[in-house]
Design a protein around this ligand. Structure first.
Ligand code: 2P0
Length: 331
């Protein structure tokens, strides 16, 4: 099933462009990871995942009419070549929604995620783009449809439509319209996420290619959906009961289990650098000394720490470069 065929059924009969569509979406860190697709065209996952959004850190996107009839994409103030991978992905996504409208657009996106953090921006990027498209064409899509369509741009973008703790349900429909994210009605004021940068080099294998390789070549992957389902249940309990140890242990084991499946792929996929492993040992040492700190990692060498506000000072002395995010900031 093609994306455009799925989207068509949810659009108004006539699409009319407004003057401007602007939106912000937060980045997110998965505590139970999305790894593996059952449908690559629609980005339908093999397992459900659960994340926490990064509040004010994310992407802001503004769509206006193009001044000269050519689709233009500007990223962090720099115009992207029309045939670049980034510009094509953005324009192809918008084309899913503009129907027969011939009007060209200008899309400006700014990411305020510190580059030092080494965080991917496709989640917040496609979520902000989806929200901006909804405003620009006045589509008035329901939140679950915004999430399902953002997922077609990038799987993790389905979660970035919402703030706080968010679960992306895997769904089982062929058109994927039951595979969207849902915000959990729970917050956790003193939860902190620390971004530890250990390396900045561009990764050689992106998530999309990495998960495909894992699904196709790692026998170990067969156990991943079971691990993810069990972790999801534990995370719900941890969040419900504000049990930080359960949250941290589950998130760390989930991340390491995902990496185990990557390492068991062929050719092997190891996103860790020596500095990543050194940081893991440092965290385990700190934990052995009584500090409640856990880590999670995505398809890259950097670590994201989970801890509580009361331990911020100790974490800053252990990791002086630590970038601290307050996911449930009230201001
Ligand atoms: C996650 N990752 O749950 C997992 C953990 C990376 C490791 O979602 O192919 O950029 O666009 O659907 O969303 C990164 O994968 O992949 C990701 P596509 P995406 O956060």
């Amino acid at each position: 099933m093609r994306k455009e065929d799925v989207v068509k059924g949810y659009l108004p009969a006539t699409i009319v462009a407004g003057e401007r569509g602007e939106a912000f979406a937060p980045s997110n860190i998965a505590l139970c990871k999305y790894w593996g697709k059952r449908n690559r065209e629609l980005n339908l996952p093999i397992n459900a995942s659960l994340s926490v959004s990064l509040a004010h850190l994310g992407s802001k996107t503004c769509i206006t009419e193009s001044p000269d009839g050519v689709d233009r994409v500007i990223l962090n103030g720099e115009e992207q070549a029309g045939d670049s991978k980034f510009a094509r992905k953005v324009v192809d996504f918008i084309s899913l929604f503009r129907g027969d409208l011939k009007q060209a657009v200008q899309v400006e996106t700014e990411n305020n995620i510190p580059t030092a953090a080494g965080l991917a921006s496709s989640a917040s990027g496609f979520a902000a783009l989806m929200l901006a498209v909804d405003h620009f064409y006045d589509l008035k899509l329901a939140p679950q449809h915004l999430s399902a369509f953002a997922r077609m741009g990038s799987g993790s973008a389905s979660r970035s439509i919402f703030n706080g703790f968010v679960e992306w349900q895997m769904g089982n429909r062929e058109d994927g319209m039951d595979s969207f994210a849902v915000p959990l009605d729970r917050d956790w004021a003193d939860l902190r996420i620390g971004l530890v940068k250990v390396a900045t080099a561009e990764k050689k294998v992106d998530s999309r290619a990495g998960m495909q390789r894992t699904v196709e070549s790692a026998h170990l992957y067969q156990s991943w959906p079971l691990q993810a389902a069990a972790d999801l249940e534990k995370l719900h309990i941890a969040i419900e009961q504000q049990d930080f140890m359960l949250l941290g242990e589950t998130a760390e084991q989930n991340a390491l289990s995902m990496h185990a499946t990557m390492i068991a792929s062929w050719p092997p996929l190891l996103y860790w650098q020596p500095e990543s492993v050194a940081a893991m040992h440092k965290i385990w040492d700190l934990r052995a000394q009584g500090l409640q700190v856990y880590f999670t990692m995505d398809a890259g060498p950097n670590l994201k720490l989970l801890f509580l506000e009361q331990d911020s000072a100790d974490l800053i002395s252990a990791f002086p470069e630590l970038e601290i995010v307050t996911p449930f900031a009230t201001t």
